[in-house]
Design a binder for this molecule. Structure first.
Ligand SMILES: Cc1cc2nc3c(=O)[nH]c(=O)nc-3n(C[C@H](O)[C@H](O)[C@H](O)COP(=O)(O)OP(=O)(O)OC[C@H]3O[C@@H](n4cnc5c(N)ncnc54)[C@H](O)[C@@H]3O)c2cc1C
Ligand code: FES
Ligand code: FES
Length: 1342
């Protein structure tokens, strides 16, 4: 569009300050504007698609019809900056600062230990802030609802909720026995359990210290803005490089515009259009914003229902309907209640606050949640254009094709009428998704039955489904069959029979899960059938219906998903009574960056201010899994505005070969690509937007080659990285011969995306001298980042400095894979001789950087009738992807954990590392341990099942004892597993609970509960011996302040805090005198990655040694002036010319292992823990609820119980994601479908167990690590297998109803699809799976 078009000034307020933007770009989001133009970097970019909440800000607007100011939490990443005209924005910076006044929310989230890496924290604070601006005393339910759109990958959510509970009316448990010993859960537990032992404490924070919330202190809506709003009434227009944004102020203007620009998009919330422009590469040159047109935002009450202007937001829709439901008789509001049921699980608050009803209808998405209800209720819609008005019903003719409606291009949807229901009408809505909160539907439906007056005879019925075709569909034929029939068992049979014929899917249907989706159509109808039956019984007061047709056990099918607010207990050993107050080791010290993180003042890589001459880089990656590159055509890209150059293998002055262990990778693909996402080159441009646009038009021509995607394909083609790993103990042959039974089984364990909230980011700054370059990188591995860049640049490592302030989560994903990006950025900066930056978008990050290895475990177990296992033979196959990376070490760790905590006399494990054409998989918390261990839990479960023994009995029977020898010939000493086990049994009252679960299952046919208690042993050390070393550097300045540096990076795990605690204890000075600025390769060289849970052990000892050196040097001055202060001694030493800088070094002694020979000692020691979990599944939908979890963990003498409990809970929830929720879905040709929070679901606030009880084992000092502590980062992740096996236990109970007994295969994650399919019943039998040989599925198990 020509630049001569008029453009208005965009005026809005940010944190009370007026912003006037003369060149507002409609394509720019508010988040980009805040971060880039205003330098407000507190709001974070976590996904750019409204799915993580890291960018949440509060938008306040004056609502003329309500004559009030409304405050809304919104996603700044989806809000076009132009939509903010005459609005007030409050960001995290606007509510508090560590340098002035910190807001009570910021204080409480930090002090309640609710901020680890801190990348999610500003967004969570702003969601809470908005809630409190609207409601100063919310309930816990309201708080949890406010967080539906926020994600955190570190904390496990519990501490955030406990911190925010302090603002609430408080419901559920009191939390952590904070009121003395009188826990409100006490009634559920015996006194013995609930009463604290004297040296045990549960006080992780003291809420009496918190500043009160004073609403009068909050900033007011700017009076100047109010005046501006009242004065302004004209149309405004903003013109960008490619898009114009027009905000008409009357309906007639809007209709004229639509007539003039029939292809124009009407943007209300931009939650669809924004996604299309960003991810689907769509360009809409004209955007019309109808938000200020009264007819489009009005709510009118008619005789037949409520008429909503199509630009009404979903929040307005929900509030209006809730009000009506509370005032109008129940039988009139059943449609409203069905809409509300859908809205409860519709996106998160931030999305509902902005997205319009019209947007949902007109997007015409086949998985829209509202359209099935609107269609079932036959809602009336008013459509207008310049030529006139018409009314249509939402019926089977409204949606004309995939994302198409019956509206003509010049027409718009003006309003929609949601009708009142009438007597004898019953309507329900159901939505099944992977995750409850903030997820799009797998299948969603609206069902509406109308009966002849006072009868059970169907007068009319509409069954409408989403997710079962390319549009929302009506099951017309089925409905026709049901009209005139009695609502009884016959009708049910007939309905499900016809539905199974009518609502079908191609076996290749997009979205996959074909059998599950079809089963759901029947199961959901069954739920509707029973719900209506119950209502008929009530309304007709017909006891015959109730008693004859609804068995009490069957009523459980109709219970809506409901979760109680969480309650939690954390128990840890208090420091001994005599411990000095300044000795902070063992105390729950708050993460030392937490307050800064909560105010948005903590700086992450992309928050660093931009250099004036800085350029931005965007990757060009392969779209083929395996191919020869024939040509790369950059002509079109280089012509685009702002583009500076294209970087590729030709620009590497050093070596293009790279890789963490083996040099089997390239920085840039040279002539061949080996996975989708393989980096081919990069475009460098003046801005991110220009670089991204240009990267999309680089044209690569390929010659495709054959590829391998799945483990099964790799097995068939024997595509393995050599050598095959083997670990063996005892005599396998003899073991199997002795056995009464031999059983074989399998499990596939899906991969996992790290989903650190901060994606990979790198900034390279060339120093213009001798090849020097400085790299600021979000990495766990500064040393490898440095050396990889040096190698590619062809300079010695001494010319490259890598600096890391903090990273927004790593979890192993930034151990090796970050250097793909940082090396590329370094090469570009070297070429252009100016700073170059790149932060991957979430979808790029998920595409290129790999994740946890998918594993396939195949086992054979020999055992006696008593349940005694005599032999186990297990083969592991991992999907390593297109390079080796760390896959051998990961496979070795899987083998090290193949026995979990069990002593099996004859055992063999084989490890095959499969070479495939997926992006290289890599380290992830647990490092193969979880995959190794869950397989062992499968065979032990199977043994129990065959022998008819309780699983916990078989587990207990095999548990290792002091002095036992592992398959890798390490003697087990200082074993605490039995203590953890006994304590966990006691805390959970396991046997009592088992009885309750059995009783529940007897009384419920369609809901089943399951219980499992699982022990974990985790070996601590890098299994590559040389990595078990660390360095530290301590500078003491003449004012007494101490700058501490060590080899570990801070990624939220509280490492710097723990290291400061160590230094403080050794130097005997307060924590406040010690500062950690960053991790850098020019202070501590040759560091090992921050990984393998050992960073506190290794760096802690290095810090200890460095501090001891300083202490020794100061001793003479201390001795001379025993009454002096630290500062006195430091000054005296300085003037005496004493070196006040010392380095420290540490290596773990006496370890080293040879895998080939099975000789040596791989681990310094072991961490132990036990978890017991109880779950409830919905047998008809596959949904599950985490009811309770008890964890007992041995962390030795905790350095910091708050941080350790944070690690336990965070790892546990990440494990819950791994084993029950997170599913990477690849096409058969290796394309990753799930590339963002919209399609890949990590646990949200709603997924944490209803009660979470964590206790640290007391009196368990560990002589092998600093101050008798133990490593904690990874082991608790494995405890989440307790949830997996509790689900399996519940499924067993469901299968028993269909007379299915004995072992069965359940792959991980235990998703709703897998749970439902495993709960075989009458409905699953009606759906016949297609022969897999006859079609190409949408997704394959890799
Ligand atoms: C994180 C996230 C979660 C989501 N979760 C859900 C979910 O749980 N369930 C679900 O169903 N959807 C979900 N969505 C999809 C989306 O939020 C909804 O469809 C929403 O209602 C769209 O409204 P909007 O105002 O943002 O649409 P916009 O993006 O502003 O517009 C969408 C489309 O509608 C057209 N349009 C809008 N109003 C009119 C009108 N009056 N007349 C004619 N055309 C019009 C526009 O031209 C455009 O094509 C989600 C989206 C995101 C980003
Ligand atoms: S960055 Fe906006 S929601 Fe994720
Ligand atoms: S603290 Fe929430 S993502 Fe790291």
């Amino acid at each position: 569009m020509a630049s001569t078009v008029k453009t208005d000034e965009l005026v809005f307020f940010v944190n009370g300050k007026k912003v006037i933007e003369k060149n507002a770009d409609p394509e720019m989001t508010l988040l980009t504007y805040l971060r880039r133009k205003l330098g407000l970097t507190g709001s974070k970019l976590g996904c750019g698609e409204g799915g993580c909440g890291a960018c949440t800000v509060m938008v306040s607007r004056y609502n003329p019809s309500q004559e009030k100011i409304v405050h809304l939490a919104v996603n700044a990443c989806l809000s076009p900056v132009c939509s903010l005209h005459l609005a007030a924005v409050t960001t995290i910076e606007g509510i508090g600062s560590v340098t002035s006044r910190i807001h009570p929310i910021q204080e409480r989230i930090a002090k309640a230990h609710g901020s680890q890496c801190g990348f999610c924290t500003p967004g969570i604070v702003m969601s809470m802030y908005t809630l409190l601006r609207n409601n100063t005393l919310p309930t816990m339910e309201e708080i949890e609802e406010a967080f539906q759109g926020n994600l955190c990958r570190c904390t496990g959510y519990r501490p955030i909720l406990e911190g925010m509970r302090t603002f609430s009316k408080s419901s559920g448990c009191c939390g952590a026995l904070q009121n003395g010993n009188s826990c409100c859960m006490k009634s559920k537990e015996t006194d013995e359990n609930c009463t604290l032992q004297t040296d045990f404490t549960s006080r992780l924070f003291d809420s009496s210290e918190f500043k009160p919330l004073d609403p009068t202190q909050e900033p007011i809506f700017p009076p100047e803005l109010l005046m501006l709003i009242q004065k302004t009434s004209t149309q405004v227009q903003f013109q960008g490089e490619r898009v114009s944004w027009i905000q008409p102020n009357s309906l007639s203007d809007l209709l004229c515009l639509k007539a003039k620009h029939p292809d124009a998009k009407l943007v209300v919330g931009n939650t669809e259009v924004g996604i299309e422009m960003k991810f689907k590469n769509m360009l809409y040159p004209v955007i019309i914003a109808p938000n200020y047109i009264p007819e489009m935002t009005s709510v009118l009450h008619s005789e037949d229902g409520i008429v909503f202007g199509s630009a009404c937001t979903l929040t307005v829709l929900a509030e209006t309907l809730k009000k009506a439901v509370s005032k109008v008789p129940d039988n009139k509001t059943r449609v409203f209640q069905a809409v509300l049921a859908q809205l409860k699980w519709f996106a998160g608050q931030q999305i509902r606050n902005v997205s319009g009803i019209g947007g949902n209808v007109m997007t015409a998405s086949p998985i829209s949640d509202l359209n099935p209800v609107f269609m079932a209720a036959n809602c009336k819609m008013t459509i207008v254009s310049k030529d006139g008005k018409r009314e249509v019903r939402m019926d089977d003719k409204f949606f004309t094709g995939y994302r198409k409606t019956a509206l003509k291009p010049n027409e718009i949807l003006l309003s929609i009428e949601i009708p009142y229901s009438r007597k004898g009408q019953y309507i329900s809505a159901f939505k099944q998704a992977q995750r409850r909160d903030d997820d799009i539907a797998i299948v969603t439906c609206g069902m509406n039955a109308i009966f002849h007056e006072s009868t059970t005879i169907v007068k009319d019925i509409k069954l409408s489904y989403g997710g079962m075709a390319e549009t929302t569909v009506l099951a017309k034929k089925t409905c026709e069959q049901l009209i005139g029939k009695q609502w009884n068992e016959d009708l049910l049979q007939e309905a499900v029979y016809h539905l199974a014929q009518e609502i079908t899917l191609s076996p290749s249907a997009p979205g996959g899960m074909v059998q599950y989706r079809q089963t759901l159509t029947l199961s959901l109808f069954y739920k509707f059938y029973l719900t209506v039956l119950q209502n008929l019984a009530n309304d007709l007061m017909d006891k015959n219906i109730a008693s004859s047709l609804i068995l009490p056990a069957y009523a459980s099918a109709t219970d809506a998903f409901h979760k109680d607010p969480i309650s939690s207990v954390q128990l840890f050993q208090a420091v001994p009574p005599g411990q000095e107050i300044d000795d902070v080791v063992g105390r729950p010290l708050v993460h030392l960056s937490a307050l800064k993180q909560a105010t948005g003042e903590a700086i992450y890589c992309d928050d660093m201010p931009r250099f004036q001459n800085e350029l931005y880089l965007a990757l060009v990656t392969s779209t083929k899994a395996h191919a020869k590159i024939l040509s790369i055509d950059t002509t079109e890209a280089l012509k685009l505005p702002g583009v500076v150059c294209f970087v590729s293998a030709k620009d590497i002055s050093g070596s293009n070969a790279t890789g963490p262990v083996f040099q089997d990778e390239t920085v840039f693909a040279d002539d061949e690509v080996t996975c989708i996402g393989h980096i081919i080159g990069a475009v460098v441009a003046d801005t991110q937007e220009h670089a991204n646009r240009a990267a999309k038009v680089v044209n690569v021509a390929y010659k495709e080659l054959s590829y391998i995607i799945t483990i099964q394909e790799a097995i068939a083609k024997k595509s393995f990285y050599e050598p095959i790993r083997k670990l063996e103990k005892g005599n396998l042959k003899k073991g199997f011969e002795e056995a009464d039974h031999v059983l074989e089984g399998e499990i596939h364990i899906g991969g996992q995306e790290h989903f650190y909230l901060e994606t990979h980011c790198a900034l390279a700054v060339p120093k213009m001298e001798e090849g020097e370059i400085e790299l600021f990188v979000s990495t766990q591995n500064p040393h490898a980042t440095q050396s990889h860049a040096a190698k590619a640049l062809g300079v010695p490592s001494s010319r490259v400095v890598c600096r890391v302030k903090r990273i927004g989560g790593g979890f192993g994903g930034k151990e090796t894979r970050n250097s793909i990006l940082s090396t590329v950025v370094a090469v570009a900066a070297n070429k252009m001789k100016c700073p170059v930056r790149c932060m991957l978008s979430r979808d790029e990050d998920m595409l290129v950087s790999g994740g946890r290895h998918p594993f396939f475990g195949k086992y054979k177990v020999g055992f006696m009738k008593t349940g005694q296992v005599t032999a186990v033979d297990v083969s592991y196959y991992s999907n390593a992807g297109n390079s080796i990376d760390l896959s051998f070490s990961i496979m070795e760790r899987a083998l090290f954990h193949m026995d979990n905590v069990y002593n099996i006399p004859n055992i063999r494990g084989l490890g095959y590392v499969c070479k495939t054409n997926l992006p290289s998989n890599t380290a992830f918390r647990g490092f193969g341990g979880p995959q190794g261990m869950i397989t062992s839990e499968c065979w032990i479960n199977d043994v129990a099942s065959v022998c008819g023994l309780p699983a916990e009995e078989v587990r207990r029977k095999h548990m290792c004892k002091e002095g036992d020898i592992t398959p890798f010939n390490q003697i087990l000493n200082d074993l605490t597993i039995e203590r953890c086990w006994e304590e966990c049994l006691k805390n959970s009252q396991y046997y009592c609970l088992r009885d309750q679960v059995n009783e529940f299952n007897r009384q419920h046919r369609w809901k089943k509960r399951g219980l499992a208690i699982i022990p974990v042993k985790f070996g601590i050390s890098f299994t590559v011996t040389f990595l078990n070393q660390a360095g530290a550097l301590v500078h003491v300045y003449t004012d007494g302040s101490v700058l501490l540096t060590h080899g570990g990076t801070e990624m939220g795990q509280g490492l710097h805090t723990k290291m400061i605690q160590v230094a403080s204890k050794v130097l005997k000075i307060p924590v406040s005198k010690i500062y950690v600025s960053e991790t850098s390769t020019n202070t501590v060289p040759n560091t090992s990655p921050t990984a393998a849970s050992v960073s506190s052990d290794l760096n802690g000892m290095a810090v200890y040694n460095a501090c001891q050196t300083i202490l020794k040097r100061l001793k003479p001055y201390q001795d001379k002036h025993p009454d002096g202060t630290w500062e006195d001694w430091v000054r005296a030493a300085y003037f005496d010319r004493v070196n006040l800088s010392a380095n420290g070094f540490y290596k773990i002694p006496d370890i080293g292992y040879d895998f080939e020979k099975n000789e040596g000692i791989p681990f310094s020691y072991f961490s132990y823990g036990v978890a017991c979990s109880e779950v409830e599944i919905d047998c008809l939908t596959g949904d599950h609820k985490n009811l309770h979890t008890w964890i007992v963990m041995d962390v030795g003498n905790s350095l910091n119980p708050a941080i350790d409990i944070g690690q336990i809970e965070g790892a546990f929830m990440q494990g819950v994601g791994l084993f029950t929720l997170e599913e990477l879905r690849y096409s058969p040709s290796g394309y990753l479908h799930t590339r963002g929070p919209g399609s890949y679901k990590i646990p949200g606030f709603g997924d944490i167990p209803g009660t979470l009880h964590v206790s640290l084992l007391r009196e368990a000092p560990n002589s092998k690590a600093i101050f008798c502590s133990k490593a904690i980062g990874e082991p608790p992740l494995l405890l989440a297998t307790s949830v997996f096996f509790a689900i399996k236990d519940a499924i067993s109970a469901a299968r028993a109803e269909s007379n299915l007994t004995g072992p069965f295969r359940l792959d991980s994650p235990a998703t709703p699809e897998r749970i439902r399919n495993a709960c075989a019943d009458y409905f699953t039998k009606l759906i016949h799976p297609q022969d897999p040989q006859t079609f190409t599925p949408w997704a394959v198990q890799v």
